[in-house]
Design a protein around this ligand. Structure first.
Ligand SMILES: Nc1ncnc2c1ncn2[C@@H]1O[C@H](COP(=O)(O)OP(=O)(O)OP(=O)(O)O)[C@@H](O)[C@H]1O
Length: 239
């Protein structure tokens, strides 16, 4: 049986009177790419934020390689996010005053790697991601697709256990979106990282090994080659 890298068990999260997660169980195996789908407001981003240690669930457990994440302090989770996780959002969120290569090197720099040591691994991503020659450009001098690939390189540069991507192609046209997804999946699999992707778009989700659907804070569909049996709502009348 392939090793479980990341696992959420019994995850519950409320915001005031709103139930965002109502008891979600989800395990991600080594090298697996998984798409979290579902309607707007169903809890997808909340699930991603809980799994990534950005947010603490009210109930339930999150473990990375068997170690509890949700019980760690904010400072510990922040360190964990920098060293073991990579993040890619809809708008790459590059720092405009840094060059492309400095943006890619940022997670290493923030973790204390000196700049001369951080830049070579950052630069090594430019060729494979079709960005050769753009190392010294600033984000304002890149196309949307190029900027998103720089953000992707930044997500991968630490060799993270898991890459989390929230609507990573939402701001791109279809061709650029498909190309970004192809590169994202290839690059994460190439270094044996997992990918946890949130998307509305079935054509984006189709790039992943496995698709799960969240409705009203519950996992209602779990499908794909590596999927276990469907995880249906445990309580009748919950949706
Ligand atoms: N910080 C917050 N404060 C209050 N309510 C929140 C907060 N974050 C999320 N919610 C609510 O929790 C529910 C789930 O939100 P979430 O962002 O996880 O949904 P989503 O499926 O990612 O939606 P979308 O596809 O529109 O991004 C929604 O009802 C949302 O309004």
């Amino acid at each position: 049986m392939t090793e479980t890298v990341l696992s959420g068990t019994g995850l519950e999260k409320r915001f005031g009177g709103t139930v965002a997660l109502a008891g979600v169980d989800l395990s991600i195996r080594r090298g697996e790419t998984i798409a979290i789908m579902g309607p707007s407001g169903s809890g997808k981003s909340t699930l991603l934020h809980c799994l990534a240690g950005i947010m603490r669930p009210d109930r339930g457990e999150v473990t990375l390689l068997g170690q509890r994440v949700d019980t760690q302090s904010e400072a510990q989770r922040s360190r964990l996010r920098r060293s073991r996780f990579g993040f890619l959002f809809q708008f790459g969120q590059l720092l405009p005053e840094l060059t492309a290569e400095e943006n890619v090197a940022l997670p290493l720099l923030l973790d204390g790697t000196p700049k001369p040591k951080a830049l070579p691994p950052a630069r090594s991503w430019f060729g494979p991601l079709g960005l050769a020659g753009l190392e010294r450009r600033r984000p304002g001098e890149l196309s949307g697709g190029e900027a998103q690939r720089v953000a992707l390189a930044r997500a991968l540069v630490t060799g993270p256990a898991v890459v989390f991507a929230d609507e990573p192609t939402g701001a791109l046209d279809q061709a650029n979106g498909a190309e970004t997804m192809r590169i994202l999946v290839e690059a994460t699999k190439g270094q044996d990282s997992c990918l946890v992707l949130v998307t509305h778009d079935a054509s984006v989700a189709a790039h992943c090994d496995r698709k799960v659907e969240v409705r009203d804070g519950r996992l209602v569909v779990d499908a794909g080659p590596g999927a276990a049996k469907p995880e249906l709502p445990q309580r009748a009348g919950a949706w």
